[in-house]
Design a protein around this ligand. Sequence first.
Ligand code: ATP
Ligand code: MG
Length: 342
Amino acid sequence: MNDMTARPESPTKVPKLSVKELSKRFHVSGGGLLGGEARYVHAVSDVSFDLERHTTVGIVGESGCGKSTTARLVMHLINPDSGRIALDGELVATDSASLKRFRRNVQMVFQDSSASLNPRLTIEQSIMFGVVVHGASKAEARERSHYLLGRVGLDPALFAGRYPHELSGGQRQRVNIARALAVQPKVVIFDEAVSALDKSIEAQVLNLLNELREEFELSYIFISHDLQVVRYVSDTVMVMYLGQMVEYGQVEDVYNDPQHPYTQALLSSMLSVDPDERTDAAPIQGDPPSPLDLPSGCCFSPRCPHAADICRSLSPKINSTRSSRVACHLVDPAAGHPGRAR
Ligand SMILES: Nc1ncnc2c1ncn2[C@@H]1O[C@H](COP(=O)(O)OP(=O)(O)OP(=O)(O)O)[C@@H](O)[C@H]1O
Ligand SMILES: [Mg+2]
């Protein structure tokens, strides 16, 4: 593992963003003055990934698996219990000046396009706001907002003076993208940012995101429950289950040859609509266990068709396979899983 505090030899070798062993649990009940056992939701446990320059990492997994919490931790909107985040090889400090700089470099676009925009500000004012906060003159900020409006497909002559309620959901999301890019970030996190859009609009916005990534040399973290969309936009993908990273690798490797039984089940549910792509993997059964009361051993073992005694007693470590990194005893030659010779 690279020491993230080391000075980079060559800037191109250092990942744009490096996330190491990030964990966060939320206290939900007990343990206070009224007593009772303190109970926690383990929202994110020991998550590590690198976002290489000029690439996109996708994050997938069922609802509640910790995708948004991971994004909020990366953005420093909430504090982790443990873990480290480095941008361009430098650990991010948490004093207010460092956080202000970090938040300029790392921007986020959310699913709800209208909640992110102030209804009393015109589109132009919304885009200019962050630019002025970060020290640009009003004239510069206006010029940049008009350029970006044009770039996201909204003619500034028509849209700059409008208010959010006068726009469609797709147009508002284009404004949110322009607003995120206006402060010239290095990384943009999209949390279900296209999920609420009609399919045809979604496709246009995805193409726009790909173009903008090239033009502005950006790196993206792209969160979506839509596995096809993640495949389309991502270079690498992280599969999460109950707050843990279960598989991580190049997107085509993971999609063509998933190693973790959860990834296999997740992808088989995606592919089963296409008769040519059907696989033998059983679709995923039942609901995930409560994140308040995680099973012992591997957190997927209660739903896993390959679960053996070792899976129910010992939590698997991350193993590197020929194509990806996988948290499963089946891929670990040293674990002695009886189904390994599959
Ligand atoms: N502030 C909070 N307090 C208590 N529990 C929380 C809090 N935020 C998130 N959680 C819990 O943490 C877990 C992870 O939630 P998170 O929102 O990160 O999941 P997600 O993968 O983004 O889900 P979705 O696909 O539905 O958006 C869930 O069990 C959720 O209920
Ligand atoms: Mg979420």
